[in-house]
Every structure is written in C-alpha cells, then in structure tokens.
Design a protein around this ligand. Structure first.
Ligand code: TRP
Ligand code: ZN
Length: 869
C-alpha cells in the first residue's frame, strides 16, 4: 500500500461551491481511441464566492487541449493530474463568464467503466458518483446544477443511434460519413446525472398518457438481437409510472423517457435524467432465459431508477454524505411498489420477508464489521465504497420507520412538503426529516440518531405476567455495540409493533415507541399468560434479545396473525437448534408439516418458512465462528427436514406444478419456488430415487426457473447426470451472456459435496475457461464474487486456500476495475469473528493485499479499515 496517508473526506467540512455553473454546452466527437470533448460553461459566483478566488475544476485521465474565457485564449491556469485551476477570471469572477475547454479522453482504454467507455463496440457513460470528471473538466459535485445542451458526433455506420438526456432537438448528416444529434435537457441537473449512449441499438417504444393528460414516449434501447427480451421491462416501467402517480402524486416530467441496456456495468442501473442506463441483467428477460427472481429483480430495478426521477433527480443530494437521502428513500419506494405488485396482503408479507432476509444476511454483518457506518457517513476515502447495503437497505428501513411512526397519510404529507420546499434543490437528510416533522407537527429530534450512529441496536426483552393482578409487565432495554469511531451510543427512537397473543384473542396490536435506554409498560386485564409477538412486520431494524421458550416460538410459528412473525419464529427456532448442533425435534417437524399442508397459506410463504437462515446470518450469532461446523450442523438439520417430510415434499412437488402459459406473477412464481424447494429436499433425502425426476424436469422445462432449479439441484448434490446437464446447458445457451453467467455462478456456488473435488479447484478451472472474462463485471462476479461471498463453506478452508485465491483475485481485478475489486475485498471484513486457524489465514491474506504498492484508493480503504477496525 502507498505509504502516504490516504486522503479522506469529512461531512462537516462541507462548504458550498465558490463558483457555480448554470448552463453547459457539450460537443463530443466520439472516437474510441480519441474522443474530443468541447465544453462551454456559463460560470458565475457560488454561495461561498470570494472576489478573485480561482476557479478550480476537476478532471481525471484527460488530455488538456485548450482554454478560452469569454471567447479569448486564457493563459492563467495550472494543471495537476486531477485539477485545472483557473486564475484571473474577468472582473475578479464577480460576473458571469463563459469558460470553454477542449480536452481528449480514450474510451477504449477505460476498463473502470466510470466516465465514457466502450462496451461491445458501443459508447456508454457512467457519471455517478464522480465519473463526469473523466469526460471533461468540471465542478463535478452534486450541488452544482446546470442545464445541458449536448451535441454528439460519430461515424453513422457504426453509431447509428446517438442518445443523451432530455429532448432531441436536431440531427444532421456530416461529411465523411459522420452524423450528429443535439439533445437538450430542460431540467437543471448535477453532473452525475449526465449520460450519453452511442451505437447500433434498437428500441421498443410505447406512448402513454399520464395523470395530467400529457403524452409521453417511452423507449427501451438494446442490441437488435435482444429486442424480444424487453417486454417485461417496458411493462414494469409503465406500472412504475402509474404507481408513483397514485401513491405519491408524482408525474413523469419529461416528454421522453429512455432505458438503455449495457453488458458491461459496475452496478445494477443508473438513473440519469431521462436516459437510464441499465446492466443487461436488469432489463432482458424472457421465460426461456430468465428466472422468476430475474423477472422480479427487473421489475424492482426499473421501478427504483424511475422513482429516482423525483427522489434523487428533481430533489438531489447536497453532497455525497447525503447519499441515503436519495437511495434509502428510493429503495423504500421500490420495495413498496413491489409489495403492491404482489397483489395481495399475504404477497406483501412475502416481499417483506425477502427484504428483511437480505438486510440480515448482508447489512447486519456490515453494521457489525470494520466498515460499519451510519446511513449518513461522516467520513470516506472513496465514495464508491459507500454504495452499501447500509446506505441502501438500512436507509430504506429508516424511511419505513417514519411511515410506521406517522402512518401512511402522515408520511405522504411529509413527502408532499419535502417536494414543495425542495423541488429543484440539492438538500440534506436533515431537510427530509424536517419536512416529515413539520408536516406532522412532530418532534423528531431523537430520530436523527438513526442518521448519525452505526450499528444494529439490540433490544432486551423482559416480561412478567402476574396472574393475581392480571397484569403483564414488559421492560425493554436498548443498547448498541461500539462501531469504528463511535464508542458511546445515544438511545434511538425505535417504533416497535407488538401484540399480546391470548386464547381470548382480545388484545389489539400496538405501537410502542422506545426512546429511553430502558422503558417499561404494564398491560392490564390480561386473563392468562400471553405470548408476546414483538417487532411485528419487522417494524424496526434491530436485534431482539429475548429468551422466548420453544413452546412460545412454536405457538407463534403456527398461529401468529402477523405472518412476518410466523416466519420469524420459525427462523429463530431453526437458528437456535442449528447453533446448538441439534436436529429438529418431533414438535418442530410437526409444525413444518402442518404449515406445508395448510391450504390457506401462500406457497411462496411456505417456501420462505422452510428455508433455513443463511450461514452468514448464523455467523453473526456466534462469538467465534467455525464455518465448517456451522455448515455441517445446518446441512444435517436440512437433511432431517428433507427425510422426515419426504412424503409432504413429494406432495408439494405434485401440487405446485404450473401448467399452461408461463406467467412470472406472484402466484405462479410462488408455486414454482415451493415446488423447486421440494425437488431439492427430495434429492437431499434420496438422490438415487429422485435424480431421474430432476433430470426430467431439466429436459422438459419450458422456462428458466424450472430448468435452472433442476440443474442447480443436480449440481449442488453432485448427482449423477450433473455433468451432462452442465455440458448441455452451456451448449444450449452459449450465445446468451446472462445465462452463461448463471452457468458460472452455479459451479462457483456449489458447497462441498462428499466425493467431489473441491469447488476451489472447479473455480480455478472456470477462471481459465474461454468464456471467462475478467474485464466484464457480470462474468467476474459470477465466478469470483460468487465463490468468495456466496459459498462460505467452500471459501473458508482451514488451509487458507480460499483466501489465497481471494488475494490473487483482488490484485488481478484492481488495476482493471477498482470498484469491482473493492467489492470483492469486502469478503474478509468479518475476519475477527472467526476461530483459528481461519482468523490468522484471513489476517495474513489482508496483509498480503495491503503490501501491494499500487492499490487503488478503493481497495486500499477497504483492506486498511479491515485491519484497523
Ligand atoms: N444510483 C445508482 C442506483 O441507484 C447507483 C449506481 C449505478 C452507481 N452505477 C453506479 C454508483 C456506479 C456508483 C458507481 O442504483
Ligand atoms: Zn438508487
């Protein structure tokens, strides 16, 4: 690692801009080896203006060509690798002036996929968070908002489509086979929302009428052979537009809204104004190539990026510390949208369980590890490392708590006031909280602690029932472990939905607001000892420390009227037994059986209730993790459920077939989920008997969900016929990159199987496969991240071989793409939690990475914090 201290940015050091820009004209001549960017900016004093101050623009990997001010060549400037400092502005900078800069960048060499780059011969941009500075010198910060007019030029034969934000205002044929297109975006925006796309692309389009009666053009742009896979994304977009009108009164403000798919992309998708750019994974789907999970993910990502048009674009972030202002809120909105799309109350719960499971598997470990940060961080070295599950998913839980505290109507009032006050502005999380508080006449001062403190609060529950007085006493005590830089925590304002379950069924659900370190409640006229159903529907993102008896948990599992808490009780029972190395007892097996056979329950819910807690979540319950022991105990528990319920699994398999035309709706995908869990359980119980059925399902399936599930079951169990399937699957889908990603993921995610070679050996071979590409993030993640982060029992080997592979991979990826490398680097975050010899091997691996002299700031921040924290 470089020896000089890494630069770090602090939230409290925010200063408004000295200068600002309100008008930008770009003229971009696209050439993969040498793109010429001419920028014309109208510069004027900003909020921190001081007379005579230099204008400091940022730029990265740019070749500077020329600078003019008010039409004349300007010599008073200095260049460093990351800045262009302009001195002696006319009139000391007090008046508006025109700054014109010409610079050159090299898209074909850009493997970081930030700024302007080439993917499969076409041009794309990614500017969030700080990619615009790789296109031209600029005030590249979100509180500088300008109107953009953009002219794109390129050779027409190769780049027939030229797209940018806003409206198309002109097209021209140019000499030598070139052409141009000019776009104008009517809305001021920060530079991170700028985008351009150029290439051989085609679109499907649709015209819709929005609530005000306006006509809007919607387009989805893809490579021509993918056109047939765009229908679902278009339907999702139309549904999102209608939903935002109905739920929040927010209308699409542009005449034209475009989505473009690209195969090389660092993240899921990007909300550029009017020109969203998506990872192909979150656009392209047809039943033969995409699973139900893919369909659902596409729906939620399309919605997410569309919803950003208001929460993020119309009202944006003052600075990057406020990222959760747009991301937490927009995740909350997409979660609510997807829940509504489920079409029933029980469907909403299924969605809620999925979201909470993700939070616990990924965010809880982050909040307990060396990279723990509040949803609004106070310090970062590299902003790209803060697009985290904390900012997104915990951020969404914090927004959800406002709705729980204020009610749906109160929340809507707060949203209305937020837009009324801040439309067109770059604001902070405090502004959002103030709008919620003011619109509802509530004091939310203590609620601010959710923004400033990291760590998952722990709530201890103590209960006492007094039969003589018929009173039930409840005491809640909150605490939160220290996190890096925060040793003492102030109490949080925690909304907890609860209900006392009695045979009389006479106690209503209540909302308790825990604000003190410890607080007690007394409930009167309770005629018998009740069973407490706490934190219903996961009303707060906390850990409950509650020694509830197994009998009470079984009661909740079989009959709590809060379906989320039924699931929760089942998870807790399974978790406790697995961690104590126990197998499910007769009572739990019976409860599972009754649940499976209950015809009033959704198949999707049954599937979730019978899916065991993830290993990563189990780790968090331990003080010293033995990954092999946890894997073995969990597998034995699962095998017992498989064997003892074999008859029921066979029945579930039969009863949850979905004949007829394929539909990816909640009902059918829930059935497929349960049926395919049943298939897995049957193979677990008796591979010899059930393998032929899996092979048959693989062969006859008319959709990817069923084909992949059968394929996965065969590979995961090392069943006979698995290798034939692997070959067949590859050949069948050799031309479909997203399906080939699945082929890689499956092999890299296979847990250890007795009698088979280690998965690490497979993964090393996969890395040499002709179809493997380290430069393509989806492909790299399908092999490397899948192995290091989704396959704990194969990754955590006592000889440290998994960690050695991780070191090699981080160091190989970092020079190509620091963001993708830094995500992988997070795989060893929790090293201190592990028992020996794992812990020492992990520490040594981290040290091996830090020893590299040329680490990116991205990876450097992750590994140095891991070793320090
Ligand atoms: N704003 C994008 C989203 O919501 C996140 C994103 C997409 C991003 N691409 C990125 C962030 C590249 C950093 C770098 O979901
Ligand atoms: Zn987002």
């Amino acid at each position: 690692m470089k020896t000089d201290l890494p630069r770090s940015f602090r939230r409290l050091e925010y200063r408004p801009p000295v200068y600002t820009v309100d008008q930008v004209e770009l003229d971009i001549a696209l050439d993969s080896a040498r793109t010429i960017v001419k920028s014309r900016m109208e510069v004027l004093p900003g909020k921190s203006f001081e007379s005579g101050a230099p204008l400091i623009l940022v730029g990265q990997e740019l070749e500077f060509v020329s600078l003019r001010i008010n039409g004349e060549a300007h010599r008073h400037f200095e260049l460093t690798p990351e800045t262009l400092t302009i001195h002696s502005l006319p009139k000391e900078g007090q008046e508006r002036c025109i700054v014109e800069i010409i610079s050159i960048c090299v898209p074909e060499k850009n493997t970081s996929l930030m700024g302007l780059y080439v993917s499969n011969g076409n041009f794309f941009t990614q500017c969030e968070a700080e990619g615009f500075r790789k296109i031209t010198y600029f005030l590249d910060r979100p509180d500088v908002m300008a109107r953009y007019r953009v002219t794109l030029r390129a050779r027409e034969a190769e780049y027939s489509m030229l797209l940018s934000n806003g409206n198309l205002i002109g097209e021209e044929k140019l000499p030598n086979g070139w052409h141009s297109a000019t776009w104008e975006d009517p809305f001021p925006k920060p530079s991170y929302l700028f985008a351009l796309v150029a290439g051989k692309l085609e679109c499907i389009e649709e015209t819709i009428t929005t609530s005000s009666g306006a006509k809007k053009l919607l387009q989805i742009w893809v490579e021509p052979h993918d056109l047939k896979k765009t229908r679902h994304a278009m339907d999702s977009l139309i549904a999102s537009i209608h939903w935002d009108e109905k739920r929040f009164g927010l209308e699409l403000d542009l005449d034209r809204f475009m989505i473009v798919a690209v195969g090389d992309f660092n993240m899921g998708a990007m909300e550029n104004k009017g020109l969203n750019i998506f990872n192909t994974k979150f656009v392209l789907a047809q039943p033969e190539t995409a699973t139900d999970a893919d369909f659902a993910n596409i729906e939620s990502v399309v919605a997410h990026e569309y919803f950003h048009n208001w929460t993020g674009n119309r009202v944006t972030c003052q600075d990057w510390f406020q990222l959760s202002l747009k991301e937490g809120l927009t995740v909350f909105r997409d979660q609510e949208f997807s829940a509504d799309q489920m079409g029933s109350e029980s469907g909403r719960v299924v969605k809620r369980i999925e979201d909470v499971r993700l939070l616990r598997q990924l965010q809880f470990p982050e909040d307990a590890g060396p990279m723990a940060h509040p949803i609004r961080p106070d310090e970062y070295q590299e902003i790209n490392n803060f697009y985290t599950v904390t900012v997104y998913e915990k951020g969404s839980e914090v927004v959800r708590m406002y709705q729980t505290l204020l009610g749906r109507e109160g929340f809507r009032k707060g949203m209305d006031l937020y837009f009324k006050r801040h439309d067109g502005q770059a604001v902070t999380c405090d502004d959002f909280l103030a709008a919620m508080a003011d619109a509802n006449g509530r004091d939310l001062t203590q609620f601010k602690n959710w923004y400033s403190q990291a760590g998952t609060p722990r709530i201890k529950v103590e209960e006492r029932y007094d039969p003589a007085s018929q009173q039930y006493h409840l005491t809640l005590t909150q605490s939160c472990l220290p996190t890096p830089g925060q040793s003492e925590k102030k109490p949080f304002h925690i909304p907890l939905k609860m209900r006392l379950i009695t045979s009389e069924n006479d106690q209503a659900e209540q909302l308790l607001e825990l604000t003190q370190p410890a607080q007690s409640w007394t409930f009167s006229n309770i005629s018998e000892r009740p069973v407490l159903s706490m934190n219903r529907n996961f009303s707060a993102p906390i850990n409950l420390d509650f020694e509830q008896s197994e009998a009470d948990l079984l009661t909740l599992f079989s009959s709590d009227d809060d379906t989320f808490n039924r699931w929760e009780a089942g998870q807790k029972l399974a978790m406790q037994m697995i961690l104590n190395n126990r197998l499910p007892d007769a009572q739990l097996i019976n409860a599972y059986r009754e649940l499976l056979l209950d015809s009033t329950l959704d198949p999707a819910f049954k599937e979730l209730a019978l899916t065991l807690p993830a290993e990563s979540y189990l780790y968090e319950q331990c003080t010293s993790v033995d990954p092999q022991q946890i894997f073995t105990a969990r597998r034995a528990f699962r095998r017992a459920i498989a064997k003892q319920l074999a008859l029921e699994w066979a029945a579930m398999y039969q009863q949850n077939q979905t004949p007829g035309l394929f539909k990816s709706d909640a009902k059918d995908s829930g059935k497929r989920a349960l049926k395919n869990l049943a298939l897995n359980m049957l193979l677990e119980a008796d591979p010899v008997v059930w393998t032929p059925m899996a092979v048959n399902q693989y062969r006859v399936a008319d959709n990817m969900t069923d084909r992949y599930a059968a394929f996965a079951a065969l590979v995961m169990h090392g069943a006979k016929g698995a290798q034939d399937c692997l070959n067949d699957f590859f050949n069948r889908f050799a031309n479909d990159a997203l399906v080939i990603d699945k082929w890689f993921v499956l092999q890299s995610s296979r847990p250890p199987v007795d009698g088979l070679e280690s998965t690490l050996a497979d993964v090393k071979r996969l890395r040499e496969h002709p179809a493997f590409k380290l430069n393509n993030p989806n492909r790299a993640r399908s092999v490397i991240h899948a192995f290091c982060t989704n396959n704990p029992a194969s990754f955590h080997q006592a000889d440290g071989s998994g960690y050695a592979f991780w070191v090699e991979s981080v160091l190989a990826l970092d020079p190509i793409n620091p963001q993708v490398a830094a995500r992988l680097a997070r795989a060893l975050d929790r090293w201190r939690l592990f028992a020996q010899p794992y812990q020492s091997h992990m520490k040594a691996a981290l040290e091996n990475v830090t020893a590299c002299q040329t680490l990116s700031p991205d990876v450097c921040e992750v590994v140095s914090k891991a070793l320090a924290g």
